[in-house]
Each structure stands twice: as structure tokens, then as C-alpha cells.
Design a protein. Structure first.
Length: 388
């Protein structure tokens, strides 16, 4: 190695160490709500451990007995089928930073698709949620909250999909919306939470983690709806974006899951702090499911172009990337299952026709599990989009 090459190598190593140090220092700041996360993990998500003091153990036992039926169904109907499929289909060596746009409640399938991920970012209109409320609930409030949560998460576990009504309804109440969904994913897959922090995204795309004093100063500032058809939250705007760190029970590497509440249409996403934050990640893997076909449309071209410009691999249902957009950006697409028309009746135009033509142009490949939306005939389908 020449002196010039040696110097360049040392400078690159120093830069990498500097970046790691800056990131670790940033994550070292902020107040950690890990005790609240552990309580929700045990009470709502039915993870292992003792029921926290002050919470009625009978209510938790009754809730978890019914939750376990839905969890068992998910393991049998999705994980047992999709796990081997993705293990044999998704190649090794992909970027371990995963981005899931339109991904409310999607940490669970993302971990099944990309089990080697070290960082998973989900983005949707829903806030992460205030983790403190559960411990302050009366028995009646607890029962009502657990019944609502069980109904909403049950739909997700039985169908491997989320309805807008289910996840929107939980933007209020004692059980925090996206946080509880994510903790349920950990409980099902054998992980445990190790840290929970909340943050805002700065103009340059960096993350600022809220201190306890900052959370207190924002206590009365409510989070307003990010889209007209959604609802205002009834908790502080400080609890909009979360960072949940977790690992396998008993030890292992730490995985970072960030959920960002954001409207991904062009008017909000284009040139936004979130766009700058995502661009900092470099190459990514992606997952898109149940996205209401929004990536098809020009009003969401900015997030679509971000994905096409940074992803090397994407697993999606038909609501992901259209064939024309994929081909123009140098991607190939492989289809599984069957697609005859859009699941939502008002999306039966040229996009649905293009997706139907894509499926018809390829050999029939079976798919024995549902991934996001089914098609108009309730048939399973999936699209893998990868760089040529």
C-alpha cells in the first residue's frame, strides 16, 4: 500500500469512526421511556414478564388469553409460510437499513421480510403515541383500551394488513398507536425493548431527541392531524416520532426502529427535513404494502422517486411501484400470485391495467400467504422490484 493510499484509508476510517461517534452521541441524548415501553409490552402486547404494579393482573390475563389466539394464527398463517418464502427469495448482502413508506403498523412484516435489518424506518400518518397513559388508567379505562386494541391488532394479525379505520382510531386513548403495534411485533417474534425515545427531525435531516424537560414544555401542544380525513391526537406533539431499540430476548445485536408521523404527498415531503433524513441513509431496502395505491400517482412522485433513487430491493403488493416507473429507473420486477384488478374500487384505471399486464406477462408463481392487499378477487399477490 502506498503512502497516499494508506493516508486515504486512515482518513476514511477516521471519518467512519467520527460518524459512528456522532450517531451514538445523538442517541445518547433524550429521555428514555423504557419503563413505560416495558409496561405496554407486557400489558397490551402480552410479552413475557410480571404485570406492573397498579395494573389489574386479571384484566391482563384475560386480554392475553384472547390475544394469543390471534398471535398463534399470525404465526401459522403468515410467519410459517412467508418466513421460508422470503428466506429463499430475498438475497443476502442487501442494505440493512430498511424504509417502509405508508407503513403504519408494519414493523412485524418488515422483520419477517428482512430479518437481518439493523434499522427499520416506518412512515405513516399516525403518531407513535404517548407511552405514559396506560399506567394511569382505571380498571374500566384499561378494559376499554385493551378491548379496542385487541380488536384493531387482531385485524392486522388475521389479515396481515391494516385498515385506515383501525389505525386511525388508536390515535387517541390509553394505548399508544404505533408503539403498541411495534411492541406486539417484538412479542410475537421473540424480541424485547431496550430503549424508547422521542425525537423531531431538524432542517438538515438530523434527529433531535427530546429531553424530559422538553417533553414537559410541549405537554399542552396537541398533535394536529396530518391529513384532512384523519383525526387530531389527544396527546402532546412530542410523542409524534419514536425510536424504539430492541434485541432478541436474552441478548444479541440491537435493532433500531423509528416511526415517523408524516404526510408523504409532494407538498409535504418534497425538500422536507424527512426527505433529507432519508437521503442520509444512502442505499436502502424497501417494503411497500397496503399503501392505497398512492405510489402510482404524481402527487406522491417525490417519495416514489426517493425510493427508486435509493433502494436496491423492494418487496411490495400491487400498491407499490408501477412497471413503467420501475423500468425507467433501471429495475426489473418479478411477480408472485395473481392480480386481476385493484382491491379498492376507485383504483381501476391505467395503473391497475399496467399491473395486470405485468402479472400476465410472467409465468405463474404460487403464493400461499396474503401480503398487504389482496386483488379484486381476494387473491394473494406480491411483487419484487430489484436493480437489474
Amino acid at each position: 500500500m502506498t503512502r497516499t493510499h494508506r493516508t486515504q484509508h486512515l482518513l476514511a476510517a477516521a471519518a467512519a469512526i467520527s460518524i459512528i461517534f456522532i450517531v451514538s452521541q445523538a442517541r445518547a441524548g433524550g429521555y428514555d421511556f423504557i419503563e413505560e415501553a416495558k409496561a405496554i409490552y407486557r400489558v397490551a402486547a402480552c410479552g413475557p414478564g410480571d404485570v406492573p404494579k397498579g395494573i389489574d393482573a386479571g384484566a391482563v390475563q384475560s386480554h392475553c388469553a384472547r390475544m394469543e389466539k390471534n398471535m398463534a394464527s399470525y404465526r401459522e398463517n403468515f410467519i410459517a409460510k412467508a418466513g421460508p418464502f422470503f428466506a429463499g427469495t430475498v438475497p443476502s448482502g442487501l442494505p440493512r437499513s430498511v424504509v417502509v413508506p405508508f407503513g403504519g403498523g408494519d414493523l412485524l412484516p418488515a422483520l419477517v421480510v428482512y430479518p437481518d435489518a439493523t434499522e427499520i424506518t416506518t412512515i405513516s400518518l399516525e403518531s407513535a403515541g404517548d407511552p405514559r397513559r396506560l399506567m394511569k388508567s382505571t380498571r374500566r379505562q384499561l378494559d376499554q383500551a385493551l378491548n379496542m386494541y385487541r380488536s384493531n391488532v387482531g385485524y392486522m394479525l388475521l389479515t396481515n394488513d391494516n385498515s385506515n379505520d383501525n389505525i386511525r382510531n388508536m390515535d387517541r386513548g390509553a394505548i399508544p398507536n404505533q408503539l403498541a403495534f411495534s411492541l406486539t411485533a417484538l412479542a410475537i417474534l421473540g424480541y424485547e425493548p431496550v430503549s424508547l425515545k422521542y425525537f423531531r427531525i431538524e432542517e438538515d435531516g438530523s434527529l433531535h431527541y427530546y429531553s424530559k424537560d422538553e417533553v414537559a414544555s410541549l405537554e399542552k401542544v396537541r398533535g394536529q392531524r396530518l391529513k384532512g380525513t384523519w383525526i387530531d391526537t389527544d396527546f402532546s406533539v412530542a410523542f409524534r416520532n419514536m425510536e424504539l431499540a430492541f434485541r432478541k430476548r436474552g441478548g444479541g445485536r440491537t435493532v433500531i426502529h423509528r416511526h415517523v408521523a408524516f404526510n408523504l404527498d409532494n407538498g409535504h415531503f418534497n425538500k422536507s427535513p424527512l426527505q433529507r433524513h432519508l437521503e442520509r441513509k444512502g442505499s436502502i431496502s424497501a417494503m411497500i404494502k397496503g399503501a392505497s395505491y398512492l405510489p402510482w400517482f404524481e402527487n406522491f412522485s417525490a417519495i416514489r422517486n426517493y425510493c427508486l433513487g435509493h433502494m436496491t430491493y423492494c418487496v411490495s403488493d400491487s400498491t407499490g411501484i408501477l412497471p413503467k416507473h420501475a423500468a425507467d429507473a433501471g429495475f426489473r420486477q418479478v411477480t408472485y400470485g395473481s392480480f386481476s384488478g385493484a382491491f379498492l374500487e376507485n383504483e381501476g384505471g391505467s395503473g391497475a391495467a399496467a399491473m395486470r399486464d405485468l402479472f400476465r406477462s410472467q409465468p405463474s408463481r404460487p403464493l400461499n400467504f396474503r401480503f398487504g392487499y389482496s386483488d379484486v378477487h381476494k387473491l394473494n399477490h406480491l411483487v419484487i422490484t430489484s436493480k437489474r
